[in-house]
Design a protein around this ligand. Structure first.
Ligand code: SF4
Length: 738
């Protein structure tokens, strides 16, 4: 038995784990008590890491589809098939979709960008436009860069106002905070207060000092009402150089609390009380997350979150909303952030952060004409399950001329691919959280080297080698072992090889050439021979650490060797520091409080003030044991009570005379759902979790707990126009008896 330590890659909390191994088999997973950031915290997902890593349904060899059959092939054969498929299709007709796990993987962070550039396309899609793009756009416009995102200084704040966030289930998002529940309890213990605004009384709301119900998708009204009160009662106190204060005061004039009350359902006296409490607290932070992002006014809402942080003097000061200083942070050019540098071909939706909205991916595949998407690369993504109107996208995928997926599973999306390239086990892969440490509530770094070797594929019996298997095996189906394929490439090598193929260098080209070029650009005048690392990915990490704010090439002493060898449990880099105006990259060099695009969109919000409300609106739901669609094949995480239920207020059940099931209909589609009456949800609101509806997948546990896909109901035509983000909260629906 051996004991090893590494970061959990399953959610944004980046907890340290301690794994007990019997050979390469994981026998036990616990929280790493010596990790200075997570201090031993672990959730059920992290405890199941070994089961995920050794899931017998994970693909162990590349698959090539022939009709409705899959054939396991060698890696050289798989890459040759990719070369053949991509070669015939020009750059503008190619597309890529990067799924959520790519943000958690070192390979995704290091090779995702080069792969996008190599494909030569502007058809770039990701889970960001189904999740968080409003935060990037609002932050980009206010602070100059879409990754300059303020997070609540959780460990020091006196008052936290949280909207549309449920960290007791999600463990935090765009706010990296292991043991988020413990940090909230500590806030209360030191005499602080936290208030949750949510259409459901979530577990987080139950822990809070106060829960305020709000009509889904209307958080912008409440926040504008609070801003109005701050100006009206002379409570504005700003300690920073800002531009556009007068414009903000002018636009929120139309949103007094007694007017927004009808739109958002929050009583005027509550809005006024929240404004006064925010202004009076010794330190305070406003934090809005997924429920407020995946809504029609997502960007305006995220803007208002930080407007309130600024107006109350809490931006960039201890206990307020602050900016992390990640160890791999590079220089940011002072260049105004812009969106809409190009637009989607069919619907004319604008680009944000170099991406197009996933809500229009199906249109771009289906609609004939020059530039139609004919080839798609997916990396760790399942948009056929997670995109709005997923059924439309699944159908569109059938029309592609070629599709290659990098994924560990044969799932709702990868079943449409021509070639699937499965990365090796997580434990065979190095891990560093490049993206998530940008949003950490404490400065911290941790590198987890590979624990096991990237193994050769097991040698099966001769007759099994190359055997064809059904595209959709059911539960209990025995699958043949994999053919011998030689050394299995790392995830980094898979992506690097795809980039080489997409660039026209061919399937046999050495991907080291790509790394050499990138490292050369990265190190500048420094000597690349100084870099440490067993592979090119580690060398690139070493270069970034050395050049970063604590790095050896930047006046500090941090290197990969130091981090890996002297700090195997992680390195605490201290509490968040005030960073303004140093990190602002706006044209003015100040916080831009009134970006013209946002001010213009406030007009759209104003026009909604008097609009009638639909009888029912649909919202999503998270669960601690789930992470979108990809952890449903792990028995301990999905067993027990059915979680794929429609939560509904008992008063609505009685009023409509509903039974155990109901038919739910939207503009996009309809579903028959199991009802879960509960007074934890507002009347007029219903909630269905996402990530379910497993269909035609080679995942035996998930197939046996299929559930229904909420994205049959979500409508791809409705988006937040500033960010292109899909709308999953506040979807109008009708309920009928079945
Ligand atoms: S909270 Fe997230 S990072 Fe921590 S153990 Fe659970 S899944 Fe892993």
């Amino acid at each position: 038995m051996t004991t090893v330590h590494r970061t959990c890659p399953l959610c944004e909390a980046v907890c340290g784990l301690t794994l007990t191994l019997d050979g390469t088999h994981v026998t036990k997973v616990t929280g790493d008590r010596d990790d200075p950031f997570s201090k031993g915290y672990i959730c059920p997902k992290g405890a199941s890491l070994g089961r995920l890593d050794e899931d017998p349904d994970r693909l162990s060899a590349p698959l090539v589809r022939e009709g409705d059959q899959w054939r396991e092939v060698s890696w050289p054969e798989a890459f040759a098939a990719v070369e053949k498929g991509l070669k015939a299709i020009s750059g503008p007709e190619r597309a890529i979709y990067l799924g959520n796990p790519s943000a958690h993987s070192m390979a995704g962070a290091l090779y995702g960008g080069p792969l996008v550039r190599a494909l030569g396309t502007r058809n770039v899609f990701s889970a960001s436009t189904a999740d968080q793009m409003p935060k990037h756009v609002a932050s980009g416009l206010m602070f100059g860069h879409p990754m300059t995102i303020a997070v609540p200084d959780l460990d020091r704040t006196d008052f936290l106002l949280m909207l549309g966030a449920n960290p007791l289930e999600s463990n935090g998002s765009l706010c990296t905070a292991p043991d988020f529940p413990g940090r909230l309890k500590a806030l209360q213990k030191r005499g602080g207060t936290f208030i949750v605004v949510d259409p459901r009384r979530t577990r987080t709301a139950e822990l809070a000092d106060e829960h305020v119900f709000i009509r889904p998708g209307t958080d912008a009204f409440l926040l504008a009402g609070i801003a109005h009160t701050l100006f009206a009662e002379d409570l504005v106190s700003i300690g920073l150089p800002v531009e556009g204060l007068a414009e903000v005061e002018a636009v929120v004039k139309d949103f007094p609390p007694h007017v927004v009350e009808a739109a958002c359902g929050v009583p005027a006296e509550v809005s006024v009380r929240l404004a006064r409490a925010l202004a009076a607290a010794p330190s305070a932070a406003v934090y809005g997350r997924i429920g407020t992002c995946t809504a029609e006014f997502g960007t305006v809402t995220q803007w208002l979150v930080d407007v309130l942080n600024v107006l109350t003097g809490n931006l960039d000061r201890p206990g307020g909303a602050m900016f992390a200083t990640p160890a791999t942070e590079g220089p940011r050019r002072r260049k105004p952030y812009r969106t809409g540098r190009w637009a989607s071909r069919v619907r004319g939706l604008k680009e944000t952060n170099g991406e197009l909205p996933v809500a229009t991916l199906a249109d771009e595949i289906e609609t004939p004409g020059e530039g139609r998407i004919r080839a798609l690369v997916t990396v760790a993504g399942n948009p056929a399950s997670s995109a709005p109107n997923a059924a439309k996208l699944a159908k569109a995928l059938e029309r592609l001329d070629f599709m290659v997926s990098v994924d560990i599973y044969l799932n709702e999306t990868t079943r449409h691919a021509n070639v699937i390239l499965p990365p090796p086990r997580l434990l065979a892969t190095g891990h560093y959280d490049f993206a998530l440490l940008n949003f950490a509530v404490r400065n911290y770094a941790r590198y987890s080297p590979p624990i096991i070797d990237t193994p050769d594929i097991e040698t099966p019996s001769a007759e099994a080698s190359g055997a064809a298997v059904s595209a959709t095996e059911g539960p209990g189906t025995e699958r043949p072992a994999s053919p011998t394929t030689g050394n299995r490439p790392s995830e980094s090598e898979i992506l690097a090889r795809l980039a080489m193929i997409a660039s026209g260098y061919g399937a046999d080209a050495d991907p080291a050439a790509l790394d050499e070029m990138i490292i050369g650009q990265l190190v500048g005048d420094h000597d690349p021979a100084e870099l440490d690392g067993d592979d090119e990915a580690e060398k690139r990490l070493d270069a970034m650490l050395r050049l970063g704010p604590y790095g050896k090439w930047n006046g500090g002493d941090l290197t990969l060797r130091k981090l890996r060898d002297e700090h195997p449990h992680g390195l605490d880099l201290g509490p968040l520091q005030s960073r303004l105006p140093e990190i602002l990259t706006t044209a003015s060099g100040k916080v831009e409080l009134a970006p013209p695009e946002i001010i213009e969109d406030v007009e759209r919000l104003r026009a909604r003030l008097d609009e009638a409300h639909p009888e029912f609106v649909l919202i999503g739901r998270r669960h601690l044991r789930s992470n979108n669609s990809w952890l449903h094949n792990i028995g301990p995480l999905v067993g027990g009570t059915n979680r794929c239920t429609l939560q509904i207020n008992p008063a609505d059940v009685d009023r409509l005379g509903l039974g155990e099931h109901a038919l739910i209909q939207s503009a996009a589609g309809e579903l028959t759902v199991v009802l879960e009456p509960t007074d934890k949800i507002m009347p007029g609101v219903v909630s269905l979790p996402h990530g379910w509806g497993h269909d035609g997948v080679r995942q035996r546990v998930a197939s046996g707990n299929a559930g229904v896909n909420v994205n049959v109901l979500t409508d791809e035509k409705i988006i937040d126009p500033l960010s292109g983000n899909a709308v999953f909260n506040g979807v109008p629906v009708i309920l009928c008896r079945v």
